[in-house]
Design a protein around this ligand. Sequence first.
Ligand SMILES: [Zn+2]
Length: 417
Amino acid sequence: MIVREAKLLNGSKAQYKALDEAIRTAQFIRNKAVRLWRDESKVDKARLSLLCKELAREFPFAKKLNSMARQASSERAWNSISSFYRRCREGAKQKGYPQFKKHSRSVEYKTSGWKLSEDCLAINFTDGFKAGKFSVFCDRETREDLFRLKINRVRVIRRADGYYAQFCFDATRKEIGNYTGNAIGIDLGLKYFYKDQNDNATTYPKYLRRAEKRIKKLQRRLSRKFVKGKKPQSNNYQKARIRLGKAHLKVQRQRKDWAVKLARCVVASNDVVVYEDLKIQNLVKNHHLAKSISDASWYQFTQWLDYFGKVWDKTVIAVAPNYTSQDCFNCGHRVKKSLSTRTHQCPQCKIEICRDTNAALNILKKGMNVLGIEWNHSTQGHWETAGEPGTLEETTTPAVDRQLETVSGVDESRITL
Ligand SMILES: [Zn+2]
């Protein structure tokens, strides 16, 4: 599935209000579905879609929403219920009991209730809310996809700076990648955003930290304007709220942009990418680390690694992080160290390197084990020279290529240990 986004422009105030009402109705139906599931026993997906019909009969405003959009909102409720069941089956610690939504921001239409103009420059929402015609503002690629591909779903989203439509296309992105014969092991860390086995480090950009400071400031201004128990809050409060929302949106976009570009770069220049599957939720519980970890947005980065791996048919592997920073990459001796110890010193083989590089080497080794390739640590330099023609063809490429075929042939390119 490909998702593209466009902004909905040139609508009147009343039109945007109609979109708001559609969003609110979708939330209403979702909450009613969760309510039904909580109150009655043996509620399944079919029962929830029946509920949509009942609600449409009972409430005139629910009838206004396109029937397929009504179904989509009940499906959303079912999604949260079924993933709750799944987590229970798996015995997860956090079960995520389905909750009611209070500030829903989106409504999902399927194939009806909207009409795209022939030149794809405008979209018309035709269901009972009569939101009408909006200009579709997007980049060139999105416009091409709108012309070319079949649209499965249209999701209308309200953001701090306006209304957007997400188009979901029934296609997968496949491209021919640039195959280099390189492999990389990535250690995600605090001091560096990541470090690979050849000691190349990337740091988390400063501008993102600066933007986060600005958010803090705006948040303080907002809470100063808050009056307890007052409804509605003052106009100045609303303005400050919108300003804060926009600042959040900006940081979110910058962070995503950075993560996508970095992941793209990493996957483009390597055939095999191995990273550690961090349980980020666990880490964030440690409050000393919390700020720098959650803002370092590792999770987003690893998600994009997986994505580009699929697009270019490359091998992206997540391995368990157990002892990757403690074991010696050279002899396997376990060297206990605290977070503040920056170097890895092995008493057994007397080797001394940066702790992150040691971890990256271990991670790469683990990943190679998954692929069934014997990877020799003493070739640390060997991988560096792997970029040179000659040595590359003889030693690494055939094995890696063969493995690539089998792995991508059997399953998706992601293997979790
Ligand atoms: Zn050692």
